[in-house]
Design a binder for this molecule. Structure first.
Ligand code: GLC
Ligand code: GLC
Length: 814
C-alpha cells in the first residue's frame, strides 16, 4: 500500500494520508540553521548543533509518536470548532490532506469545513530563520470568521539538559514581547549572546508565552485550552516552559484567501552590544529587527523561496540521467542526491532516530559521505576534509568522532577503530578525482588540533597508511582494534557488564584479532594513494604502496580465503570469523563485498566465487544481509554484533550501507543485471508499493531493513542519516551507469542491465558539461567512445584544454 506518490516534475513526494506508518520526515535548511519536519508538522529546529543550540522542543520516543512541532491551529469562531490543518496535533479527520516534501521545504495543505489551508515551511538561504507561509482560503459560500493560531515550544538551548535538568530549568525561562514579536531569552542574562524569536506578519489578537496557560492544566497540544476558548491570554513566561503562540483573526468573504507569514529565527548579538539600552537587561533588537521585517513580507518570502529552488536546481543539475528505469532516475536525479546533502549537513546528528544529542561527526562516516556530495559541494567538501584531517592523531590514528561546534576529536568515544584512518584517503581521493584541485595536498593541517603540529595534508595520508602497517596481527592481516567498519564486531571488548559501551570497553591487548575487511580497505586505499603519488611524480613512493597492497592481497589469499568466500576476521583467540567452520556467522558481506570492490580475486576466480556465495547465502528479496547464520546468542568474544536479536542491525540485518559494495563487486565482474537487481531491491522508490511493510519514507534510504531472521523481515528503520545515501549514489552513478571520476578525467564504463537499450546523462565535471549518450548494440560491457564525433582510445574522456565548455560523448556498448 502507498501513502502518496512521487511528483518528479516538482521534485516532491506527495503524501496523501497523514497517518503514515512512521513520521515521514524532511529537512529544512542547508547551511547553519536547520530543522527536521514530519508530514504532520512535527519536528524541531536548531542552529548548527542539534544538541547545544536547539531552538524548539521535540519529544523523542513519545506516545503518540512525533510530538512537538510547528503547529498551526484554525478555529471557526462561529461554530467554535478547531482543528490542525497539518492533522497533528488535533488529528481531526480532514476533508483532504496533502503534504509535499520538496527540496528544502515542506508544504502541508488540507481542507476542513470549507476552510482550506496551506502552510509552506522553509529556511531561506544565508539566513538563520525559518518561514511559515500560511494561506487560508474560504471555500464556503458565506463569510467565515476564522481564528488562526501558530505555536512552538522553546527548548532551553542545550537539548540534553533541557530533557533532564528540571530542578534548574523550571526556573530559568525568560521571554520578552515587543511589537508583537516573541523573544526567547533564557540564559541571555548571563553567558549567551543569542536568542530566538517568533514573529507574525499580521497584527495579533493576542499571544501566549507560558505553555501551561496556552495548553491548560493537564492538557496536551491536541486540545489547547486557549485555542478552544478562541483567546490567548498575553502571558509572559517566568520559568517553567516558555513558548510562543500568535493569534490572528480573519474575516474571509466567500472565496477569499489571506496569507499570514510567521518567522521563527535565531540571532546572535555582538557580546558588547547584548543589551539596549546598554546596562539594561533588555535584548538589543536593533540588528535583528530589519531581518524580521524583511521576511514577514510575503513578497520577500516568495523571493527567498525562489532562490532556494534555484539553489537546488544548481546542485542537482551537476548530474542528471535518463534511463529506462524510473526508480533509478528519480533516486539519482532527485532524492538520493538530496539525501547525500542531508548526510553531509547533518552527519548522524538529527533525525527521527538520531536525537541530536548523541553522536558527533564520525571520521569514517564523514569521509564516506563525501563520495555522495563532493560533486555538488566541492568547496564544502574541501573544508570538511581539512577539518577531519586536523583531528587525526600523530600516530595516524583517528578519533572515531568529532564535535561539529568545536571541530575537536571527541575523547569520550576515543579512537582505535583501525579502519578509520584509511577512509581519509578514500575521501581525499574522491575530492581530487572530482576537482583536480591538487593544492589541497599542500594545505598545512594540524594533528589533534595542536597548534604547531601542522604538516601538509599529504603527510596525513601517508600516516594513515603507516598506521595500518604498524598494526599487523599473527597472520599478517591488519589488527582490528575496537572495531572496523562494522562497529559492532568488537573483538577486544569482552564485556559482561550491563550498560558498558561496546564501543569503548577494551579488555584485551588487541594484538591478536585481525580484520580481513581492513586488509581489503587497505588494498583499495593503498592503490588510491599510489595513484596520487604517481600523479605527483613520486614514483618510488607509489611503488612502495603498490608493494604493500600486493602483500596484503597475498595475505588475504593465504589467510583470508575460506575456500568459497573471504573470511571476515580472526578473533582474540585466533579463531576464524565468517568461515564455513563457524557454527554461526559463517559468511559476511563486508569482506566479500569490499574485496570484490577492490578488485581482489578478480583474475583467479575468488571474487566470482565470493559474489556467488553472497548471492546464495546472504541475498534476499529485500536486500543483502550482513551475515548468516545470524547469531542466536550473545558471544562474549564477538561483542555488540551478537547483542542484537537475529535479523536486526549488524546481526544479519540488511545494512543498506554495505549492499553497494556487492553491487560494485558485481559490476567489476561485468554482471550488470545482478548489480542493478541488488540496487533495486533496496531502492526506496522501488519499494514504495510495500510501504506498509517497509514503513520508512519511500524517498530516502534507511540504514537498515530487517533481515530474513527477523519476524519483521523487510521492515526498514533509521532512515535519512546513513552512509547508505553516499554508497548507493556512488554505486549506481559511478559503477552501474559507470560515469566515473578519475584523476585523468571522466571515465565512462557502464555495466548496465542487458535489457537496457542505453541511457543518456549530463554531467558537469571540472567546469565542463558532458552530454553523454550510451547505446547498447551488443550484450557485453565493452565500450567504444566518440568525443564530439571523434573516436578516442580507451574510456577516459580527457578534460578539454581548448576552452570548450560542452562536450558530446557517445558510447556504444557491444
Ligand atoms: C553505522 C555507523 C557506521 C558503521 C555502521 C556499521 O552506520 O554510523 O560508522 O560503519 O553503522 O556498524
Ligand atoms: C550502535 C549501532 C551501530 C553504530 C554504533 C556506533 O552500535 O548499532 O550501527 O555504528 O552504534 O554509534
Amino acid at each position: 500500500m502507498k501513502y502518496g506518490h512521487f511528483d518528479d516534475q516538482q521534485r516532491e513526494y506527495v503524501i496523501t494520508q497523514p497517518d503514515t506508518p512512521l513520521p515521514w520526515m524532511n529537512y529544512l535548511g542547508c547551511q547553519a540553521y536547520f530543522g527536521i519536519i514530519s508530514n504532520t508538522a512535527g519536528g524541531y529546529s536548531f542552529y548548527r548543533d542539534a544538541r547545544l543550540r536547539r531552538l524548539t522542543r521535540y519529544r523523542y520516543n513519545n506516545v503518540p509518536m512525533d510530538f512537538g512541532g510547528r503547529y498551526v491551529y484554525l478555529r471557526d469562531d462561529e461554530s467554535k470548532q478547531f482543528w490542525s490543518p497539518s492533522w497533528e496535533p488535533t488529528r481531526t479527520e480532514l476533508k483532504h490532506y496533502t503534504c509535499r516534501h520538496g527540496m528544502g521545504y515542506t508544504a502541508i495543505q488540507s481542507e476542513y469545513v470549507g476552510i482550506e489551508a496551506e502552510t509552506r515551511y522553509f529556511v531561506p538561504l544565508d539566513e538563520n530563520l525559518e518561514i511559515w507561509q500560511l494561506t487560508v482560503t474560504n471555500r464556503r459560500e458565506t463569510t467565515a470568521q476564522i481564528s488562526a493560531f501558530a505555536s512552538i515550544e522553546f527548548c532551553l538551548w542545550d537539548a540534553q539538559d533541557d530533557a533532564t535538568n528540571f530542578q534548574r530549568n523550571f526556573s530559568t525561562g525568560q521571554v520578552e514581547v515587543e511589537d508583537g514579536v516573541i523573544y526567547h531569552k533564557t540564559e541571555y542574562r548571563e553567558r549567551r549572546n543569542h536568542f530566538a524569536y517568533f514573529a507574525c506578519s499580521e497584527p495579533g489578537a493576542g499571544f501566549e508565552t507560558q505553555r501551561e496557560s496556552f495548553l491548560g492544566r493537564y492538557r496536551g497540544w491536541d486540545r489547547p485550552a486557549s485555542v478552544e476558548a478562541g483567546e490567548l491570554k498575553n502571558t509572559i513566561a517566568h520559568g517553567w516552559s516558555p513558548m510562543g503562540a500568535h493569534h490572528v483573526k480573519l474575516e474571509l468573504a466567500a472565496g477569499e484567501s489571506r496569507q499570514i507569514v510567521f518567522v521563527l529565527g535565531y540571532h546572535e548579538n555582538p557580546v558588547d552590544e547584548k543589551f539596549d539600552p546598554p546596562g539594561s537587561q533588555t535584548i538589543n533588537k536593533r540588528l535583528v529587527k530589519p531581518v524580521i521585517a524583511k521576511y514577514l513580507d510575503a513578497i520577500q518570502a516568495d523571493a527567498a523561496f525562489e532562490k532556494l529552488r534555484v539553489y537546488w536546481d544548481g546542485l542537482l543539475s551537476v548530474f542528471q540521467v535518463d534511463t529506462p528505469d524510473i526508480h533509478t532516475n528519480r533516486m539519482v536525479n532527485i532524492w538520493n542526491a538530496y539525501q547525500c546533502m542531508a548526510t553531509f549537513n547533518m552527519s548522524r546528528s538529527a533525525s527521527f532516530y538520531e536525537s541530536g544529542i548523541g553522536r558527533g561527526l564520525g571520521f569514517r562516516d564523514s569521509n564516506q559521505d563525501l563520495l555522495g556530495f563532493v560533486h555538488m559541494a566541492p568547496v564544502r567538501a574541501r573544508e570538511r576534509i581539512l577539518d577531519l584531517a586536523a583531528t587525526q592523531l600523530p600516530s595516524g590514528g583517528a578519533y572515531h568522532q568529532y564535535q561539529p561546534l568545536t571541530k575537536r576529536g571527541n575523547n569520550d568515544i576515543g579512537g582505535g577503530f583501525n579502519d578509520d584512518p584509511l577512509w581519509l584517503i578514500v575521501g581525499v581521493s574522491a575530492y581530487l578525482k572530482e576537482t583536480g584541485d591538487w593544492s589541497i595536498l599542500h594545505e598545512p593541517v594540524q594533528y589533534d588540533n595542536e597548534p604547531g603540529s601542522e604538516q601538509p595534508l599529504y603527510e596525513h595520508l601517508q600516516r594513515s597508511i603507516q598506521y595500518t602497517l604498524d598494526r599487523v596481527g599473527p597472520h599478517g592481516l591488519p589488527l582490528i582494534g575496537r572495531a572496523d567498519w562494522n562497529d559492532c564486531l568488537n573483538l577486544n571488548c569482552f564485556s559482561d557488564t550491563p550498560g558498558q559501551s561496546f564501543q569503548t570497553t577494551t579488555n584485551k591487548d588487541g594484538k591478536v584479532a585481525e580484520s580481513v575487511f581492513i586488509a581489503a580497505l587497505f588494498v583499495h586505499a593503498g592503490r588510491e594513494l599510489a595513484a596520487i603519488a604517481k600523479h605527483r611524480g613520486l614514483d618510488a613512493e607509489a611503488a612502495r604502496y603498490i608493494r604493500e597492497t600486493e602483500k596484503n592481497v597475498k595475505v588475504i589469499a593465504d589467510h583470508g580465503w575460506d575456500g568459497e568466500w573471504f573470511l571476515r576476521a580472526y578473533d582474540d583467540f585466533g579463531a576464524k570469523i565468517g568461515s564455513r567452520e563457524c557454527e554461526e556467522g559463517k559468511i559476511f558481506i563486508e569482506s566479500n563485498g569490499f574485496c570484490a570492490l577492490a578488485g581482489i580475486g578478480l583474475h583467479d576466480g575468488k571474487a566470482e566465487s565470493a559474489m556467488k556465495a553472497v548471492g546464495k547465502h546472504l541475498a534476499t528479496k529485500h536486500g543483502i544481509v550482513v551475515q548468516q547464520p545470524a547469531y542466536s546468542k550473545y558471544y562474549l568474544q564477538l561483542g555488540e554484533i551478537s547483542s542484537y536479536p537475529p535479523g536486526y542491525k549488524e546481526n544479519a540485518g540488511i545494512f543498506c550501507h554495505v549492499n553497494p559494495w556487492v553491487m560494485i563487486g558485481e559490476t567489476r565482474l561485468g554482471h550488470g543485471d545482478l548489480a542493478h537487481d541488488y540496487y533495486s531491491r533496496i531502492n526506496p522508490s522501488a519499494r514504495e508499493e510495500i510501504s506498509d511493510l517497509h514503513r520508512c519514507e519511500p524517498y530516502v534510504y534507511a540504514q537498515m531493513i530487517a533481515g530474513k531472521d527477523a519476524p519483521t523481515f523487510g521492515e526498514a528503520k533509521n532512515s535519512w542519516l546513513t552512509g547508505t545515501a553516499a554508497w548507493n549514489y556512488y554505486a549506481i552513478v559511478q559503477w552501474i551507469l559507470g560515469i566515473r571520476t578519475s584523476l585523468e578525467g571522466l571515465e565512462i564504463a557502464p555495466v548496465i542491465p542487458k535489457s537496457w537499450p542505453g541511457f543518456t546523462a549530463t554531467r558537469v565535471f571540472r567546469g565542463v558539461v558532458y552530454m553523454i549518450s550510451i547505446e547498447r548494440k551488443g550484450q557485453g560491457n565493452a565500450i567504444a567512445l566518440t568525443v564530439d564525433g571523434e573516436p578516442i582510445q580507451g574510456n577516459v574522456v580527457p578534460v578539454p584544454t581548448d576552452g570548450r565548455k560542452e562536450v558530446v560523448v557517445n558510447g556504444i556498448l557491444s
